[in-house]
Design a protein around this ligand. Structure first.
Ligand SMILES: Nc1nc2c(ncn2[C@@H]2O[C@H](COP(=O)(O)OP(=O)(O)OP(=O)(O)O)[C@@H](O)[C@H]2O)c(=O)[nH]1
Ligand SMILES: [Mg+2]
Length: 406
């Protein structure tokens, strides 16, 4: 075959191939259409069947519902109306436990992380391990002495019980912390010494920025809500803006504020407030004081003077001298409390800003080492974020979720 033939041949084969492709495509198209028809038919049959089935089911459900309605009607006829139950206290308790749990999230997480770290490195319960326990607890702000004490007790218990499992040891640490906290608090009065009859005077002291004015504002609001007659005294005349800040809180909580001029004598303001409180039969007078003066000696002298003025007008007052400390400062708060305790008759603590810190463990240190009862805790900046301190709710909030299955 010549070249041309070859080309021709090739061409005609190509044509043939084309034709075949066309034919194949046509056939395929036809086949696909047939299949499509078949599929449509099946789909429509299926739809019919499903609809029938659903109708049947719907009917069944309707019957069931009718029966239930009938039963419900029967029950309703036999049920007597129930008196509404006074459930407010329970609600309040739940809310405050929730507040503690929320406010202590950061502390709890840090505790958990530290525990996990401790047990991740934990191979055997030897002296190194106990030293790590001490460090972990000190790091969790539960206090130096407390940490040593817990580690010592743990040494003995591990020896005695031959405890080896990490879970058992972790639980023992928490158990010891809680036990110690409970034992140290046995004589502690965590409630505020409100007078049943007559005036209650609460004096708030503490270094600047700890939350005195804010706590007074929140407490004024709470007491006012409870129907008490409340008066505030703006005895921080030193810091610019301090008087206005208290006045704003007074407006917010709808209570009166006694104040003088900025730079005036704080004791004079307190005197005016005492006279007015007595004349107007106020239930509770809250006295705000300066957090900073020219120096510490001045501050202490001034607090002393304020105290004397209050006592002169009412020998039983002040009924509490509440030292406000900022929990976020940890050990610093402890030191402030120690210093104030030496120079002033502090009767209790207001521990603020627990919400913003991982240092909630400080409550254990305060109780075990300072022996000053915490009376109020600040769990946020809002007007409702002040709680009377509940030691048990606090500890539940602190250690919740840290116990392990043994
Ligand atoms: N997150 C949080 N912030 C708080 C709490 N209590 C107070 N604060 C904030 O702490 C800051 C200082 O509060 P103040 O009440 O002005 O403190 P102070 O002790 O009166 O300060 P001085 O008047 O300067 O002595 C404010 O920004 C408050 O909103 C709390 O419980 N939680
Ligand atoms: Mg203030």
């Amino acid at each position: 075959m010549g070249l041309f033939d070859k080309i021709k041949n090739a061409f005609s084969k190509e044509k043939e191939a084309e034709k075949t492709t066309e034919e194949i495509q046509e056939e395929a198209q036809k086949e696909s259409e047939e299949l499509q028809d078949e599929a449509n038919q099946i789909q429509s049959d299926a739809n019919k069947l499903e609809a029938e089935f659903q109708n049947e089911q719907a009917e069944e459900k309707q019957n069931e519902a009718d029966q239930l309605y009938e039963q419900a009607d029967e029950v309703k006829e036999t049920v007597q109306p129930i008196e509404p139950v006074e459930n407010k206290p329970v609600e309040e308790e739940i809310n405050s436990q929730e507040k503690y749990e929320k406010g202590l999230i950061k502390t709890r997480k840090t505790f958990k992380d530290r525990m996990n770290e401790l047990f991740a490195n934990f191979r055997s319960v030897d002296e190194d391990f106990f030293e790590e326990v001490e460090e972990t607890l000190i790091g969790a702000d539960v206090g130096f002495e407390t940490s040593m004490k817990i580690a010592d007790e743990l040494r003995q218990e591990v020896k005695l019980k031959n405890a080896k499992k990490p879970a058992a040891v972790q639980n023992a640490i928490i158990e010891k912390l809680v036990d110690l906290y409970e034992a140290e608090g046995i004589d502690e009065v965590n409630t505020i010494n409100y007078q049943n009859d007559g005036l209650t005077v609460l004096l708030f002291v503490g270094v600047n920025g700890t939350g005195k004015t804010t706590s007074i504002g929140k407490l004024a609001h709470q007491l006012k809500q409870e129907g008490k007659k409340v008066l505030l005294a703006a005895a921080d005349t030193f810091r610019a803006g301090a008087i206005d800040q208290l006045v704003v809180w007074g407006e917010r909580s709808e209570v009166e504020v006694v104040h003088g001029k900025a730079g005036g004598d704080p004791a004079a303001v307190v005197y005016d407030a005492m006279i007015r409180a007595k004349a107007e039969e106020v239930d509770i007078l809250l006295v705000d004081t300066a957090g900073r003066l020219q120096n510490k000696v001045n501050l202490m002298n001034e607090l002393d003077k304020i105290n004397r003025v209050i006592k002169r007008e009412d020998p039983s007052a002040p009924h509490e001298v509440l030292l406000v400390v900022d929990a976020t400062t940890g050990q610093n708060a402890m030191n402030q409390a120690k210093q104030f305790k030496e120079t002033t008759d502090v009767t209790g603590l207001v521990l603020t800003k627990l919400d913003g810190t991982a240092k909630g463990g400080i409550v254990l240190a305060i109780r075990n080492e300072l022996h000053l009862p915490v009376k109020l805790v600040g769990l946020g900046e809002g007007i409702d974020d002040l709680e009377t301190f509940d030691p048990n709710q606090f500890v539940v909030g602190l250690f919740k979720g840290l116990l392990q299955e043994e």
